[in-house]
Design a protein around this ligand. Structure first.
Ligand SMILES: [Zn+2]
Ligand SMILES: [Zn+2]
Length: 647
């Protein structure tokens, strides 16, 4: 190196480079290109990308031109072969050569920034970690990455780079995932599929910005696919692992076998073989067939990072009551099946076999104390009917302690091998109403982490969830990586990201939505309120309070005067009316027969009419779920409310 250390101020004249190891994982080169492009925009000068020898395969070295060049001179991009151990390697330091990789001590996807003379070294534990490190450094330098928007790189100066102190990032959770029902892609219709894929490009880019690392496609019995293969390159580019499965047990036992092998099917409470159930867990041939077909999924999709094996999506009755099964709880029958599949995976791939998950949900939410999972079986805990107004470990909540207790017992039985499946952006559970529960999310994730759990996921419904639950998505994504997050500040922070030119007004609006959420989210499905007479008056008052808070959000957004807030404002208008309708419905239930029918119909008409506000929203922002699925599902909600008027 020259007599004087090259600095970032020099790079004003001479430029700078991002170096990565020659060859290796394409994600690392993508990380180098992203970092170079972002820095070029922020520094207002060209930052090149260079493959160099001697660097750790997952490291990025960011150096002023003169520092990178002294002894360097490696080929640009795919041009000339790189020069032998060049200036880049000298900067990297000899300790990074050979086996002692700088990222070796970091946890999965972790990364660290250190200073090497005038250069900055980003070391990572994996190629994906290098990608996360690049985006994270750009954000620390002032870049803004908001879901659904192009990244913004405000002009900065070299002094800011000079001032970066060394740091390291160890993700709080090893698996940080989103999940979505595969049917909502409408893959049978090319135009609808394209619309969803456009959203996927934005969503996956944002996942990579936030350091998320897995996506789970939930399959239902009527689906003909396990994955959206059209989205595979999008996910690969973001370094996102693909997980498969969902309600696949009824598919693993082919329905046509009812004719030839009726004994493979479960016996229902009337003593009949149930064509819609899972299987008879006491029939060895049935178990073998299911495991063999699960193995078929794995062979067809070698990229599969996990197989989620869930039973039929029904409340009761999908398991067997034959003489062999009668003594076994649904949990134990299910455990036999999950173990059988995990053993088959282990025989096929040994220690490299992807995990198999056992869903703790509805009839399996309570663990059976004699469950004995195989080492490769993880429980997946899905507390859909919990209260979202309080954190999962809040002892003051009427609902959550029971759930939290079941989780504790599952953690013990599975020796800590558990995944959390959360519903922070579940547009069905939330009736399409906009909500924000950032403080609950941060406190939940801290509680899950304290129990030793390191795997979290959140259900989403594509573009609609991005529109209706932006604060929750932002909070979940950030808290999954770092629990050192102020949930109370996430309303303002998300407003600043999404709406920088009217952050004050929108921060106030998101706070009002959060107040509405704390009132409306105590009872499971928002548009299916429990009608027990004792709790109804308080529930009705809370729904009206929530509707009033939604109107405050609408009013705050009115002052924003920016066209891009219009969609959210329309969504909150829908939200206020739907919540008022639900409150009116609860009131109607208290009336005598003739009056009840008329008042109930008025309440239902209010919820029905509220949809006009959603239909005003640009279909691209509503997404395929908001445009198609919601229209179908709301008929079910309205029909149920109508039926329950009489009950
Ligand atoms: Zn049976
Ligand atoms: Zn509660």
């Amino acid at each position: 190196m020259g007599s004087r250390m090259a600095t970032w101020a020099d790079s004003a004249r001479e430029g700078a480079r991002v170096c990565h190891a020659h060859g290796g994982d394409p994600l690392v080169r993508r990380a180098a290109c992203a970092l170079a492009a972002g820095l070029s925009a922020m520094l207002g000068r060209s930052v090149g990308v260079e493959a160099a020898r001697g660097l750790d395969p997952n490291a990025l070295l960011l150096a002023p031109e003169r520092a990178a060049r002294s002894g360097a001179g490696a080929g640009q991009g795919g041009g000339a072969p790189p020069a032998p151990a060049a200036g880049a390697a000298a900067l990297a330091g000899e300790s990074s050569l050979g086996s002692a990789a700088p990222g070796a001590a970091l946890p999965s996807d972790g990364f660290a920034l250190t200073r090497r003379g005038g250069a900055l070294m980003l070391s990572a534990a994996s190629a994906r970690g290098a990608l996360h490190a690049a985006w994270d450094l750009l954000e620390r330098l002032g870049a803004r990455f908001a879901l659904g928007q192009a990244p913004e790189f405000p002009r900065s100066d070299a002094a800011r780079l000079e001032a970066v102190e060394p740091y390291s990032v160890a993700p709080a959770f090893a698996r940080r995932a989103f999940a979505s029902d595969i049917m909502t892609w409408h893959y049978g219709d090319a135009a609808r599929l394209q619309t969803h894929l456009e959203h996927d490009r934005e969503f996956v880019a944002w996942m990579a910005w936030r350091g998320l690392n897995a996506f789970f496609y939930i399959r239902h019995a009527q689906d003909t696919r396990l994955v959206i293969h059209e989205a595979a390159p999008i996910l690969a580019e973001g370094g996102i692992a693909v997980e498969c499965g969902g309600h696949v047990l009824p598919l693993l036992m082919p329905r046509e076998r009812l004719e030839t092998s009726p004994k493979y099917f479960p016996i229902d409470e009337h003593g009949r073989r149930n064509p819609r159930g899972n299987l008879c867990a006491s029939n060895p041939a049935a178990l073998e067939l299911v495991a063999k077909r699960a193995l078929g999924y794995l062979r067809e999709h070698p990229e599969m990072a996990a197989l989620h094996v869930w039973g039929a999506d029904v409340h009761r009755g999908a398991w067997c009551r034959c003489t062999g099964c009668a003594a076994l709880s649904p949990q134990l029958q299910y455990m036999k099946v999950a173990n059988e599949i995990a053993e088959a995976f282990g025989r096929e791939l040994g220690a490299a076999a992807p995990p198999v998950t056992y869903l703790a949900y509805h009839d399996t939410l309570e663990p059976d104390p004699v469950l004995r999972p195989q080492a490769n079986v993880w429980f997946e805990w899905a507390p859909r009917e919990r209260c979202y107004a309080h954190a999962i470990d809040d002892p003051g909540c009427d609902v959550n302690p029971r759930y939290f207790d079941s989780l504790r017992r599952y953690v013990d039985l599975f020796d800590g091998r558990g995944q959390i499946f959360e519903y922070y952006a579940d547009a069905i559970l939330f009736g399409g109403v906009g909500f924000a529960t950032p403080s609950v999310i941060v406190r939940d994730l801290r509680a899950y982490h304290r129990m030793g759990l390191r795997s979290v996921s959140c259900l989403t419904f594509g573009a609609f969830s991005a529109l209706a639950y932006p604060v929750n998505l932002e909070t979940f994504a950030r808290a999954a990586r770092s629990l050192d997050l102020d949930g109370d500040a996430m309303a303002e922070r998300t407003a600043g990201l999404r709406h920088p030119r009217c952050a004050g007004a929108m921060g106030q609006a998101y706070r009002a939505v959060a107040r509405a959420s704390a009132m409306a989210l105590r009872h499971g499905e928002v548009l299916r309120p429990p009608a027990d007479a004792a709790g109804a008056p308080a529930r009705r008052a809370r729904l009206l309070g929530a509707a009033a808070a939604m109107r405050e959000a609408v009013a705050a957004a009115e002052t924003a005067m920016r066209p891009e807030v219009g969609a959210e404002r329309d969504l909150w208008k829908y939200s206020a009316e739907a919540l008022e309708g639900a409150a009116l419905w609860l009131e109607a239930r208290t009336f005598g027969a003739p009056e009840r029918r008329a008042a109930g119909e008025r309440a239902i008409a209010k919820i029905d009419g509220a949809i006009r506000h959603l239909r005003d929203i640009d279909p691209r922002l509503r997404g395929s779920w908001g445009v198609y699925d919601l229209e179908r599902i709301r008929e079910i909600w309205l029909g149920t409310l109508r039926r329950r008027l009489e009950a």
